[in-house]
Design a binder for this molecule. Sequence first.
Ligand code: NDP
Length: 255
Amino acid sequence: MSPLFNLSGRTALITGSVRGIGFSLAEGLAAAGARILINGRQQTAVDEAVAKLRAAGHAAEGCVFDVIDEAAVEAAFADLDARGIAVDILINNAGIQFRKPMVELEVADWQRVIDTNLTGAFIVARATAKRMIARGQGGKIINIGSLTSEAARATVAPYTAAKGGIKMLTRAMAAEWAPHNIQANAIGPGYILTEMNTALIENAAFDAWVRASNPAGRWGKPDELAGTAVYLASEASNYVNGQIIYVDGGWLAVL
Ligand code: NDP
C-alpha cells in the first residue's frame, strides 16, 4: 500500500458501524491499518461487529452510545480518555430515514431525523474536535451525506434537510478547524444496497427506476465507499477540506 494511504497507528471512530455502510467503512479503514472503534446503540451488536473485525485480524474495540444522547457521548469520550485512546479519524455515519409526504409529517418525526442525521454529527464531532485541538496533532472528520445533500426527492423532506445540512456543517467544520490541521470532508453515497433501503430494493418499480436513472445501471455496494473514506482519512487528502465527494455511479452527473 502506498504510504500516502497507510492508516497504521491511527484510531478511527465510526458511528453506526455495526452494519451497513458503517461496517464496510470500518473494514476498509481497518484494511488500511487503522484501529477501529465500532459504535452502536446496543452492546450485543457492537460486540458482534468487533468480533468480526478481530476474526479478520484487525484491531477493534467497542464504543456504545446513541449519537443524539449528549450525556452518553460525553461519557463515552471520557471513558476513551481514561483508557488513553485518542480518536484520529471520525466518521459520522449514523443515520435514519423514513418516507412520508410532508403534509402528513409530525414534528416529532421531523425532529428525530434531523437529530440523528445532523445534530448527532455535530455532537460527536464536537467531542472529537475538542480533543484533537487539545492534542495538537490534527485529525480527519468524514461526514456521511447523501445524494439528497445535492438533489431533493419527494417524501424524504427531513432527511433531505438534514443531509443538505451535513454539506454545510462540513464546510463550517473546515472553516473553523482547518487552523488546527483538521480536515473535515463528506461522502455523498448514491443508492446503496443496505438494510436502510430494504423496502425500496424489494419494490420492483423503485428498483427499476434506480437502475434506469443511474448511468452505472445498478445500485452501489457498501464496500464501494471504503476507498473514498480511506483517501479522506489519510495524508493523501491533507489539503482537501470542506468538500463533499459523491459516490453514486454517476447519478448526479446525468440529473
Ligand atoms: P443502515 O440502516 O443499514 O445502518 C444505519 C446505522 O446507523 C445502524 O448501525 C444504526 O444502528 C445506526 N444508528 C441509527 N441511529 C443511531 C443513533 N442514534 N446512534 C448511533 N447509531 C445509530 O443504513 P446505511 O448503512 O444504509 O446508512 C449509513 C449512512 O449512510 C447513513 O447516514 C445514511 O443516511 C447514509 N446513506 C445511505 C444511503 C443508502 O443508499 N443506503 C445513501 C446515502 C446516504 P442501530 O442498529 O442501533 O439502528
